[in-house]
Design a binder for this molecule. Structure first.
Ligand SMILES: Cc1cc2nc3c(=O)[nH]c(=O)nc-3n(C[C@H](O)[C@H](O)[C@H](O)COP(=O)(O)OP(=O)(O)OC[C@H]3O[C@@H](n4cnc5c(N)ncnc54)[C@H](O)[C@@H]3O)c2cc1C
Length: 407
């Protein structure tokens, strides 16, 4: 009997790969092995709707358990893949068992980057990546009054907005000079600074956290290198993630800023693929190798790897997109803006409805849309068709952008 496909990691990417293999008509066994003790679930609500009790488990699980039975996907939860024997084409599990594979998909995701300061191990210093961590933050938020969020990126700001919506006193400490500095233009950073400040969040940029002070194992304040101190009875750290590459590295696979794969998500070993947050892949929209952390990337790479395993050549070339919800504002991003040399605005930032169009050497590379979902949809089309949009056209509200996309 064929060994089939083993997928390591039952997150968004691993789930999509398993489901897509069946949709491709793959008939061999599929094992989806995850170390978390839950059905595969979506992470985005963990810092938003789930924490605010607006979304329950039934809404965050990707599929009910019956789905896996119906599609003959052997879902193994609470089990860690400990090692890969590439010569024997077998993985060994932390329980001591082992499984053979014909194709192996590494969908190992990423883990929280740890805050390297004194006091970071105190009891009420939390991180937010998993369902269990989100439950812990939700639980602690109930009784906390002063919340300090370390990190002014997407997740930090979403947690800040959620905590503030619950009426808590919230401070965001961002090490860089502006919010979300790696991914948005200064205008968008400034918009979010104003938004959070107007809703009562204290936003401190250029804030180098030097330590967390506490008593009897509990954090009480966060101290900056400049001597400033902020009271805290709950600290939530969101300072980015590191990809889970150790399994691949120990098996001798190439590692860059993640597990190195080609445009079909294949590693240097033709039987092994890597997808999602852990994959360092060539991306046509970046014009370079990148590692992306988004639902779109995880889902589309899961589908592309499944196609390759099922024998269909379908290189990964989807337009990258992402969203973040903070208070009642939705930011949707299409494309990758890194390396832009010109940015123009369409719409009215004062009215909290505008888009920023990013250009590199006069070519449109990305669009950030704030409460302008129609712009986001058009942007994805323009980017996919590589439409020749000019900055003047993008900024001019009388120009119908839809008419510019190339069919
Ligand atoms: C709080 C939060 C909010 C987010 N909000 C958004 C958003 O609004 N929009 C958006 O686009 N993206 C958002 N993201 C990012 C998005 O959720 C991730 O990019 C996506 O989940 C990545 O999927 P993945 O399957 O690659 O990795 P993961 O979801 O991390 O899944 C990997 C799984 O593999 C498991 N694993 C690792 N190693 C092993 C092993 N050896 N054996 C077994 N199991 C293993 C891990 O424990 C994990 O369960 C958010 C993420 C977080 C944490």
């Amino acid at each position: 009997m064929a060994a089939g496909c083993v997928i390591v990691g039952a997150g968004q990417a691993g789930f999509e790969a398993a489901a897509a293999l069946r949709a491709e008509g793959y008939q061999e066994p599929i094992a989806l092995i995850g170390d978390e003790p839950h059905l595969p679930y979506q992470r985005p609500p963990l810092s938003k709707g789930f924490i605010l009790d607006k979304q329950g488990m039934d809404e965050i699980e990707l599929r009910p358990s019956q789905f896996f039975t119906d599609h003959r996907i052997d879902l193994v939860t609470g089990e860690r893949v400990a090692a890969i024997d590439r010569a024997a084409k077998r993985v060994s599990l932390s329980s001591g068992a082992s499984r053979p594979y014909d194709a192996l998909v590494l969908a190992c995701g990423a883990r929280n980057r740890q805050l390297p300061v004194d006091g970071a191990a105190l009891d009420n210093v939390l991180y937010l990546r998993t369902l269990d961590e989100s439950r812990a933050v939700k639980e602690r938020l109930r009784d906390a009054s002063d919340i300090v969020v370390v990190g002014g990126g997407f997740i930090g700001l979403e947690i800040a907005a959620s905590a503030r919506s619950l009426g808590k006193s919230v401070t965001v400490l961002e090490a860089q000079a502006r919010l979300m500095p790696r991914v948005v233009a200064p205008l968008v950073s400034a918009f979010y600074d104003t938004l959070h400040t107007a809703r009562g969040v204290t936003v401190v940029c250029s804030a180098a956290v030097a330590g967390i002070g506490g008593e009897r194992g509990r954090a009480q304040s966060v101290r900056l290198a400049n001597g400033a101190s902020y009271p805290a009875d709950l600290v939530v750290v969101g300072i980015g993630v590191v990809p889970n590459v150790e399994l691949a590295r120990d098996a001798g696979l190439a590692i860059g800023n993640g597990i190195v794969v080609d445009d079909c998500l294949q590693t240097g070993d033709p039987a092994i693929f890597a997808i999602g947050d852990c994959a360092d892949h060539p991306n046509p929209y970046a014009g370079a190798r990148v590692r992306l952390e988004s639902v779109q990337n995880a889902a589309d790479q899961g589908r592309a790897a499944a196609a390759a395993i099922a024998g269909r050549h379908a290189p990964y070339n989807a337009v990258p997109w992402f969203w973040t919800d903070q208070f009642d504002i939705r930011l949707q991003m299409a494309g990758l803006s890194q390396g832009y040399d010109e940015a123009v605005t369409r719409g009215n930032p004062e009215a909290q409805k505008f888009s920023v169009f990013y250009f590199r050497q006069a070519r449109l590379i990305a669009v950030d849309s704030i409460n302008r979902p129609a712009d986001h949809i058009v942007a994805r089309r323009l980017l996919a068709s590589r439409a020749p949009v000019t900055p003047e056209q993008a900024a001019d509200e009388t120009v119908n952008l839809k008419s510019l996309s190339v069919p």
